[in-house]
Design a protein around this ligand. Structure first.
Ligand code: ZN
Length: 269
């Protein structure tokens, strides 16, 4: 017996129901494709790229020439790296802290910011640190075309060259390195680098939290991701790093390691 509450009507075999318009067969693949594109777009916003998942999973099968997560496992060094600067507030404080602690590091600067803060770029180099590029704009590569990635890297490389500090290392924003990112960077002579340890200071964290996260993965050859700017994170993110640096320096020393630039970390003896 047909039920009124179910909203369905009994249909005799062979009889068509006109309650719902039938979906044309040709529209189905289109809808499926549209759904797939939308899902991929949303997922790429919220799910780290497969390459960035190498942070947690043993899927680091990409050759070191295309992408690096760490230095040699028998290295007596680690590399501290700072992203998102130069920052008129954060960078000078981080530089002072590094000086006090006798640490050297690598700064991944954004091309568009570096051109506006030339004195800071100079200061980073003068204090013995290395400069790399974090791209020209801080954009997610998963949503960009290979042509866009190439243009962005060309602009950032030109900016660094104009500032007198040609970049050899490239860290993709958000750690989103697609296949196109890796190939384009390689073709331009840039070495892509991610990280093997991080402070996750963009989450609510105390300096002790940040230092503990770094310490957990601090091994010979580690590459540590930190930030000297809060432009893409919560306000004051760099202050947490300044306060965490003495604790991280202690941990580096306790492990019998020393903090050097990326070039020094990967240099063959
Ligand atoms: Zn960044």
């Amino acid at each position: 017996m047909p039920s009124e509450t179910s909203g369905e009507k009994a249909t005799a075999p062979g009889e068509r129901s006109f309650d719902r318009a039938p979906v044309p067969v040709t529209a189905r693949p289109f809808r499926v494709t549209l759904g797939l594109v939308a899902t991929t777009g949303v997922a790429s916003q919220y799910v780290p790229s497969l390459v960035a998942l190498g942070q947690w999973l043993p899927v680091r099968a990409v050759p070191a020439e295309l992408c690096r997560w760490r230095g040699p496992r028998n290295s007596p060094h680690v590399a501290l790296t700072f992203d998102d600067g130069p920052d008129p507030e954060g960078t000078p404080r981080v530089l002072d802290a590094l000086d006090e602690l006798g640490l050297r590091a690598t700064f991944f600067v954004l091309g568009e910011r570096a051109l506006d803060t030339r004195d800071l770029v100079e200061e980073i180099a003068l204090r013995g640190h290395q400069l790399g590029t974090h791209g020209h704009q801080h954009a997610r590569h998963l949503l960009r075309s290979p042509a866009w990635v190439r243009r962005d890297l060309e602009r950032s490389r030109a900016a660094m060259a104009a500032l007198g500090h040609p970049a050899r290392w490239f860290r993709p924003p958000y750690g989103q390195a697609t296949g196109a990112t890796l190939v384009v960077a390689r073709s331009m002579g840039l070495r892509t680098v991610l990280w093997s340890a991080w402070g996750r200071e963009w989450t609510p964290s105390s300096p002790q939290d940040v230092a503990a996260r770094v310490a957990k993965r601090l091994r010979p050859g580690a590459i540590v991701l930190l930030h000297d700017s809060d432009r893409f994170g919560p306000p004051g993110m760099w202050r947490v790093i300044v306060d965490a640096l003495p604790l991280i320096a202690d941990e580096v020393r306790r492990s019998g390691l020393s903090a050097v630039t990326l070039d020094e970390l990967v240099a063959r003896p």
